[in-house]
Design a protein around this ligand. Structure first.
Ligand code: PDD
Length: 287
């Protein structure tokens, strides 16, 4: 089945969808994105993703081209047209195509943002093997720009990080700045010590994960202790458990960091429990 995608107001077969070579995202990585998961045909945490998108656009002075209601309708239409039970919806909004290359931002009155959405079909997304086995991570230096709270499409370094991990026989990389872990290449990072969940506090150093917000809320509701502060790789190696969260990985245990087994070297109980709670509650609240 050919995938139907959305580009600037039109639903098209993916082979017919076009964006200008002068698009600011193509030339300057001048765009933002969101990834929303779909479970049982329902969008997970849609409101959270829509709110963060608004914030990313506003921080970059990109005009909001569509209302949240319009965005929800497009997400639902793509899920329906592509028959997605389990999978992802990718959304990207760029500053648009001014028709030439220039460092200065184009006039927002004459240059409309580019809006692209497509689905990724991932049957059994919530039963991934990595959730059962856990993942292995390496640590790498965090050399990204200073506004990681804005979800921009500048993903070259995170991609390089994934490749460094792959080369080392691992699944992902945790990035480290000034001795402390910031986040994973495409997820937020956590450790568990003595029953306490520790994760870096929110600032412009990390993306404010939508899954992070939900998981920490559920953890607190379940009377688990949460501490939001930076932690080091040494602290992580000595932890009882480690895990990551994201819209595509939900809660995924980390069983090894830089070759050192974490705890028993198998998925931890806190991570497994949080994954169950997150999936149960999110499925119930899906739209
Ligand atoms: N990545 N940190 C980074 C650097 C990320 O790229 C992501 C998400 C997260 C987790 O955020 P959320 O819980 O809102 O998904 C944290 C998405 C899934 C991606 O790039 O595919």
């Amino acid at each position: 089945m050919t995938r139907t995608v959305y580009v600037n107001g039109e639903y098209l077969p993916e082979t017919e969808a076009k964006v200008s070579i002068f698009d600011r995202a193509f030339l300057m990585a001048d765009g933002v994105y969101e990834v929303t998961s779909v479970l049982g045909g329902k969008l997970i945490d849609f409101d959270g993703h829509a709110k963060r998108l608004k914030r990313s656009l506003s921080e970059l002075d990109i005009r909001e081209p569509l209302t949240t209601e319009d965005l929800l309708a497009i997400h639902r239409e793509l899920v329906a047209r592509n028959g997605i039970e389990d999978g992802l919806v990718y959304l990207q909004i760029t500053r648009g195509s001014p028709g030439d290359r220039d460092f200065a931002f184009p006039d927002p009155e004459t240059c409309a943002p580019t809006v692209v959405l497509f689905t990724q079909n991932k049957p059994g997304l919530a039963d991934s093997p990595s959730a059962r086995t856990g993942i292995k991570v390496i640590s790498i230096e965090d050399i990204r720009w200073g506004r990681r709270d804005i979800k921009t499409v500048q993903l070259l370094y995170p991609s390089m990080g994934k490749m460094m991990a792959k080369k080392a026989g691992c699944d992902d990389a945790w990035m480290v700045e000034d001795g402390a872990v910031t986040e994973g290449t495409s997820n937020n990072a956590y450790i568990v010590k003595g029953g306490k969940i520790i994760t870096r506090n929110l600032s412009s150093d990390i993306l404010h994960g939508i899954t992070r917000a939900a998981v920490l809320r559920f953890a607190r509701e379940a009377q688990m202790e949460v501490e939001e502060r930076p932690f080091t790789i040494d602290e992580a190696k000595a932890a009882d458990e480690a895990f990551v969260t994201s819209a595509s990985a939900f809660v995924t245990p980390v069983v090894e960091i830089d070759g050192s087994a974490i705890g028993t070297g198998t998925p931890g109980r806190v991570a497994q429990r949080l994954r169950e709670i997150y999936l149960d509650e999110s499925r119930k609240a899906g739209v």
